[in-house]
Design a protein around this ligand. Structure first.
Ligand code: CMC
Length: 376
């Protein structure tokens, strides 16, 4: 009796590829049972990172201990800083971050230990080191000295401090913090799944996260938040938005920041961050990109029944905060490291090699003609 042909779904659409206790998109996005809106309204990113990594929201004492451990790990091994300084000047911040995470694996004191506790220690260090790597490489690429991390600040405030060397207004810190909460986790998205595939061979967390950053880079995933601003700048302003969008759709172009593999009726995260993007634009005295975005949203809904995903307001928010476009996907990584790490730990705690099948579409069986008989 032959085995039945396995079911095939292009892009694994709709396929349940594993079990997880970290996050679900069923009934609204939630992390470990907490609705993402509830988390964004009542928690800091640091609390959410604790929730993802350690399973529960922290008590005040647990949060303090967690933040102390993370703050203490906010530094790069000096040879890595030299490496970042030596990268070609055209290196993008996300490519530099991928290299940095891979290199950090060499220096981690728990590199050889793939156990649960060691993985959590490595995850906390990556949470601390990734923003430092992004900020240091950014400054080095501009010929500026890196700014040492502060021990007294949370993840969002410290990142802005390392970039700018000054304290940022609390509204900016809050807006960045909310975006980090919304970006932190999203079940089996491409980068997380890539990380799980990698560690399912019993590889290590640095390999998994390096691969995840590679997967995040593409414009169909994390790279979209950078493309959002490229699109808005190309449109030029609200007056041109309707005509531009219709022409782009007629050319069958994708409008980055719209559509989603799972959310076909809209992404709750985009709705939450939209208000922050407009508020920040108003504070910066430049609402033209918000108005342009509103028109594009209206046209996309009418023409394609398609709605924004989180990258749509995130790109605009970061632009209103005067952050340079190539930093946007690294910021996504700075947040998603919490989710990636939680999945790496979960995968390794109950591992089964991820090894699916393919549906063969190549030639049928044939015999080899020795090279002498294959013609010139
Ligand atoms: N603009 C215009 N048309 C689109 C878009 C878009 N953003 N997204 C999908 N379509 C069209 C697509 O061309 C196709 O049309 P047709 O049936 O005529 O060929 C149809 O919608 C279905 O597209 P699909 O590629 O089969 O849909 P999918 O579920 O595989 O794609 C997606 C999901 C996110 C890759 C896609 O919507 C897309 O490319 N969006 C733009 C990139 C983007 O914003 N990515 C971020 C995703 S969410 C957060 C994150 O991970 O960063």
């Amino acid at each position: 009796m032959s085995t039945p042909a396995p079911a095939y779904s292009p892009g694994l659409e709709g396929v349940v590829a594993g079990e997880s206790a970290i996050c679900t998109v069923e009934g609204g996005l939630s992390y470990r049972g907490y609705g993402v809106g509830d988390l964004a309204a009542h928690c800091s990113f640091d609390e959410v990172a604790h929730l993802l990594l350690h399973g529960e929201l922290p008590t005040a004492r647990q949060l303090q201990d967690f933040q102390t451990r993370v703050a203490a790990a906010r530094r790069l091994p000096p040879p890595l800083r030299d490496l970042l300084a030596a990268l070609p000047k055209w290196t993008t911040p996300l490519d530099a971050l991928r290299t940095a995470v891979s290199a950090l694996g060499h220096f981690d004191q728990d590199a050889a230990d793939n156990g649960h506790d060691a993985n959590l220690r490595k995850a906390e260090r990556l949470l601390a080191q990734i923003p430092v790597a992004v900020a240091d490489q950014y400054r080095l690429s501009k010929g500026l000295q890196p700014i040492p991390a502060r021990q007294d600040l949370g993840q969002a405030a410290n990142f802005l401090f390392m970039l700018r060397g000054t304290d940022s207004p609390s509204e900016e810190v809050k807006a960045l913090d909310v975006s980090l909460i919304l970006y932190a986790e999203h079940e089996f998205n491409a980068s997380t799944f890539a990380a799980r595939v990698i560690v399912s061979t019993l590889s290590d967390i640095h390999s998994g996260v390096t691969g995840a950053i590679g997967a995040l880079k593409g414009p169909l995933h994390g790279g979209a938040n950078e493309k959002v601003m490229d699109i808005l700048l190309a449109v030029g302003g609200p007056g041109q938005a309707e005509e531009w969008t219709k022409a782009a759709l007629a050319r069958k172009e994708r409008i980055m920041g719209f559509g989603h593999r799972v959310y076909k009726a809209g992404d709750v995260r985009a709705g939450i961050l939209k208000g922050f993007a407009r508020k920040m634009a108003e504070a910066a005295g430049e609402t033209k990109w918000e108005d342009t975005a509103d028109t594009i949203e209206r046209v996309m809904a009418a023409e394609k029944n398609m709605f924004p995903n989180l990258d749509w307001p995130a790109g605009r928010l970061y632009h209103a905060m005067k952050l340079e476009i190539p930093l946007y996907t690294p910021i996504f990584a700075m947040s998603r490291i919490a989710g990636w790490s939680a999945h790496v730990v979960e995968q390794l705690d109950n591992n089964r090699l991820i090894r699916p099948r393919s549906l063969y579409k190549g030639p049928g069986p044939r015999a080899v003609t020795p090279i002498a008989g294959r013609g010139a």
